[in-house]
Design a protein around this ligand. Structure first.
Ligand SMILES: [Zn+2]
Length: 215
């Protein structure tokens, strides 16, 4: 039985200087590199996801009349309107093929690692590296893990309360044993991080794994 490390959205857009910077994002880069240096041999696959949106993506506030960043809109995604998702609106971020969308500088990506794009459909957001928010379509992640007989996934990255959480919950939904390495994640706000950690814990995930030395 094998393990994979999922490095979620450690991209220029989500660290200081990017289009949607998350506090402490840049600090994660050396910490994740250190983890890879010390523990990479335990992972059969290391997968780096990238938020990768068309310029007119539905999650951008700029695409909605009279809406601002962090407003919410309720979107119907299926034909009969049964599936609704309350979409948080974001600044334009991680636009495909821009410098902003690239992995953070200095992140230790190696030739045998995998990159995985998400959020590429203009009409629906994807916080998770597995599915869009409606689970209507999925990325190659589940099949890559299945082909490699991977049963355990360790999740690190950005943001704890969005893409890390949705990825971890989807991994659990798909039957993986899920570990969220809490101190290798950074979130949008302290409160929603706390709620996200609780939600993941209640779903049966292991969320209190910390590998950095505490001062
Ligand atoms: Zn996004």
């Amino acid at each position: 039985m094998f393990s994979a490390l999922l490095v979620i959205d450690v991209q220029k857009c989500f660290i200081e200087g990017g289009s949607l910077p998350i506090n402490g994002g840049r600090q994660l880069v050396p910490l994740i590199n250190e983890m890879l240096h010390n523990y990479k041999k335990y992972f059969k696959k290391v997968i780096f996801s990238l938020d990768f949106h068309p310029a007119n993506h539905i999650s951008f506030a700029s695409q909605h009349l009279n809406k601002s960043v962090l407003d919410h809109v309720t979107l119907n995604y299926d034909k009969n309107g049964a599936f609704k998702f309350v979409q948080t609106l974001w600044p334009d971020h991680c636009v495909e093929n821009t410098t902003d969308s690239k992995l953070a500088d200095e992140l230790n990506f190696e030739i045998d690692d995998v990159t995985l794009l998400k959020g590429t459909d203009q009409n629906i957001d994807s916080y998770s590296a597995f599915y869009d928010v409606g689970r209507f379509s999925q990325t190659a992640l589940h099949s890559i893990l299945t082909q490699n007989n991977i049963k355990n996934v360790f999740v690190v990255g950005i943001a704890t309360d969005f893409c890390v959480k949705f990825t971890a919950l989807d991994a659990n939904y798909l039957g993986y044993t899920v570990y969220v390495v809490e101190d290798l994640t950074r979130g949008v706000s302290e409160n929603s991080v706390k709620e996200a950690l609780n939600e993941m814990e209640q779903d049966g995930l292991f969320v209190n794994l910390n590998i950095c030395k505490k001062n």
